[in-house]
Design a protein. Structure first.
Length: 429
């Protein structure tokens, strides 16, 4: 209580050009309520509707919303830039920026020295330097400017911020290998609120959600996670699905494939659907469709509960702007909590976690993916115990209240401690 009284009146600014998953916003909201600080989310103007949906979801769950939202202009060239950010964080005691390679994070870092506030980096989807240098594979091509910029931003942010909040061991390990002081690396679990995501509550609305989306209540729905990019495995999924329908004709008309995303390869994926004559079996939903309140950016929670299986099949990390790179870890975890079968190639931390309960397939192998798809459809009635075990693991290992307590402690310690400076960074010169 004494700690909470000491934080009253202090302002915490959450800088997120692209809003994170609903579960992460929930953690922020609960921490602001617990610590007594004033919390404001600074995001791009296109994200206003997504935040409003978060507020409406909290209202339905009777959860008080302590966060406010301020939208800022961004640019087409780099959607991780927020115009006027420096003025908005001028009176903030603590800035928490999403992503260590975001231009908005770099803006906050540059303003940090003159404003004398604290800077924490919310590392929910780490992109290590190895992936930022993939373009070096061509000997006669220079590193693209955006890749060079991201590597520079990442290096300076990691050296200068007061602490890095890693949501998984992978991000913490990368920071440690890049010689970040271990005392500045903080680990919290990816908390999933099982009062919202569980085996019973969302299942009750399954038929209503499907009806709103124009999907049959009796169909088996497979949903692909991630953007419509070659790197996300979207094209492989289409060919594997065709193989499933062709090899098992009893599934014709009864099994559907759903995409709810955009990306640079949208045209290629759609053309493949036409060429393979799958128009009656594959559905595309636009997450930016203003006419459908269920679809808001990367907030796929309602759709997840309406599906029978999630396909998590990234082939490689996607580089570039936050618009293209979309972490799907929370989608997989929420799917597990809701009793949705997860079809994963074991990629990344989410794939490793899901692999404890369901068979994984060989990434890039459409025959392997087709086989796991068949098992998901054919054995769905026999997976009750597996679904229960997955939910229990999420409930115990990714406890929401524990994540909130860990994050609240980090904020309190940061506000009461001295500002960190690194003598090797440009910022200290």
């Amino acid at each position: 209580n004494e700690t909470q009284v000491a934080q009253i009146g202090k302002k915490v600014a959450f800088v997120a050009p692209l809003l994170p998953h609903h579960c992460e916003l929930e953690i922020w909201n609960d921490v602001v309520r617990q610590t007594g600080v004033t919390g404001v989310v600074l995001t791009a103007d296109q994200q206003e509707r997504a935040f409003q949906t978060f507020v409406e979801t909290c209202n339905l769950a009777k959860v008080p919303v302590a966060l406010s939202c301020k939208t800022l202009e961004t640019t087409l060239e780099n959607k991780s830039f927020l115009g006027g950010l420096e003025n908005e964080i001028r009176d903030a005691d603590l800035v928490i920026a999403v992503g260590e390679a975001s231009l908005a994070t770099y803006q906050a870092m540059k303003a940090r020295r003159s404003l004398q506030n604290r800077l924490l980096v919310w590392q929910n989807a780490p992109r290590p330097p190895a992936t930022l240098g993939l373009w070096k594979a061509t000997p006669f091509a220079a590193l693209p400017p955006q890749m060079t910029r991201e590597k520079t931003i990442r290096r300076e942010v990691l050296k200068t911020c007061d602490a890095i909040i890693s949501l998984d061991k992978e991000g913490a390990t990368w920071a440690y290998l890049e010689e970040v002081n271990p005392q500045r690396i903080r680990r919290i679990n990816r908390g999933v609120n099982t009062e919202i995501f569980n085996l019973e509550s969302l299942g009750k609305n399954k038929a209503d959600i499907r009806k709103a989306l124009g999907l049959s209540a009796n169909d088996f729905i497979l949903m692909q996670t991630g953007p419509l990019e070659i790197d996300s495995g979207a094209l492989d999924t289409v060919y594997a699905f065709k193989s499933l329908i062709q090899s098992h004709t009893k599934f014709t008309g009864k099994v559907k494939l759903l995409f709810c995303s955009t990306g640079a390869s949208s045209a290629d994926v759609r053309q493949a659907v036409v060429d393979l004559q799958l128009e009656d079996h594959v559905f595309f939903l636009n997450p930016s469709d203003s006419g459908n309140k269920l679809l808001v950016g990367n907030q796929l929670s309602p759709l997840i509960s309406a599906c029978d299986a999630l396909i998590h099949s990234p082939l490689a990390p996607s580089n570039g702007s936050p618009q293209r790179y979309l972490d799907t870890t929370y989608d997989v975890l929420c799917g597990l909590a809701c009793g949705v079968t997860v079809i994963s190639n074991g990629f990344g931390w989410a794939g490793e976690f899901a692999g404890r309960f369901y068979k994984t397939f060989a990434g890039g192998n459409i025959h392997s993916l087709c086989r796991v798809m068949f098992e998901a459809v054919d054995k769905r009635e026999k997976l009750h115990n597996v679904r229960r075990a997955a939910f229990k693991a999420v409930e115990n290992e990714l406890n929401f209240k524990q994540s909130v307590e860990e994050f609240a402690k980090i904020i309190s310690n940061t506000l009461s401690g001295p500002q960190v400076q690194d003598s090797n960074s440009i910022e200290s010169c």
